[in-house]
Design a protein around this ligand. Structure first.
Ligand code: CP
Length: 312
């Protein structure tokens, strides 16, 4: 049913999806997967395909949604969630050799790693597609896809909107990928809200200037609340901090509560890549604008769409 054949092998960075035709194809397929799933009639387009789910870092959403997507489309998965302990990485084997071996067993490798740039390195040693499921403080491109898909479903457009990205913009890889992806969208304004020590990295500032993306930086979340169509909260990434003391200084810098919600536009939405710690009060979960659990579910269909596109 889908005739467009994109030139897509490895999925390493969000800018690979700057092509609107590719993005729309992805979203059409995700919608198709959701419809078929509801009828229990998902295509078995991954039949005969084996996928390695190779995670060096913890994950709930990314790992389980990728693995579920493979299984639901008729493929098979071999998985480790502690690659540094439960593979020969623990004996000192390099990433390069590990990937060479896995790529001779599998048709694709979904990999999460703790070091920025590792997915790119892996792709140079792999015969089969590498899908970056998060590389340290680098990127998380499939999260950006599901984020933009969520924005489309929730507010009905992916151009002409404003978004506040709040929290850990320095280490937050979901922020990095979403920012890169939104640069290719028309008339998007980004408010970066963070403590000064966790501000958006300079490489993003330069990239946004080059792409003429509108943005503002502030420490004050309330300044942006009434202006935006999307409020994108993030967790402070404790695991990337040099020590506990530095983390403690910023860990509770932003906490969205019901009072603050009153300042938001009635039709705005609240997103979060999850997991959350304290940055969103659970009392907000029942507000119709709280889209973060719907966002996480969209990840399943986006990952089905992506696997179908690459391997189907
Ligand atoms: N959003 C996200 O990447 O969640 P996990 O770490 O649980 O995969």
């Amino acid at each position: 049913m889908f005739s467009y054949k994109p030139k897509l092998k490895h999925v390493i960075e969000a800018k690979q999806f700057s092509d609107r035709k590719l993005l729309e194809e992805m979203f059409d397929r995700a919608e198709y997967m959701e419809r078929k799933d509801k009828k229990n009639k998902l295509p078995q387009s991954l039949k005969g395909k084996r996928v390695a789910s190779f995670f060096y870092e913890e994950s709930t959403r990314t790992r389980f949604s990728f693995e579920t997507a493979v299984l639901a489309l008729g493929g098979k998965v071999v998985s480790t969630d502690k690659a540094s302990q439960f593979s020969s990485v623990a004996k000192g084997e390099t990433l390069e050799d590990t990937i060479r071996i896995l790529s001779s067993y599998f048709h694709a490798i979904v990999m999460r790693h703790n070091i920025k740039g590792s997915a790119k390195i892996a792709s140079t040693y792999s015969e089969v597609p590498i899908i970056n499921a998060g590389d340290g403080e680098g990127e998380h491109p499939t999260q950006a896809l599901l984020d933009v898909y969520t924005i489309k479903k929730e507010i009905g457009r992916i151009d002409d909107f404003s978004i506040a990205m709040v929290g850990d913009l320095k280490y937050g890889r979901t922020i990095h990928s979403l920012t890169y992806l939104l640069e290719s969208h028309k008339n998007v304004k980004i408010y970066f809200v963070s403590p000064k020590t966790l501000s958006i990295p300079e490489e993003h500032i330069q990239s946004m200037i080059a792409s003429k993306t509108q943005f503002e930086e502030t420490e004050n979340m309330e300044e942006a609340l009434d202006k935006v169509d999307v409020l994108y909260m993030t967790r402070v990434q404790k695991e990337r901090f040099p020590n506990q003391e530095e983390y403690d200084k910023v860990k509770d810098f932003y906490i969205l509560d019901k009072d603050m919600l009153r300042k938001m536009k009635p039709e705005a939405i609240i997103m979060h890549p999850l997991p959350r710690i304290k940055e969103i009060d659970p009392k907000i979960d029942t507000d119709p604008r709280a889209a973060y659990f719907r966002q996480a579910k969209n990840g399943l269909y986006i990952r089905m769409a992506l696997l179908d596109m690459i391997l189907g």
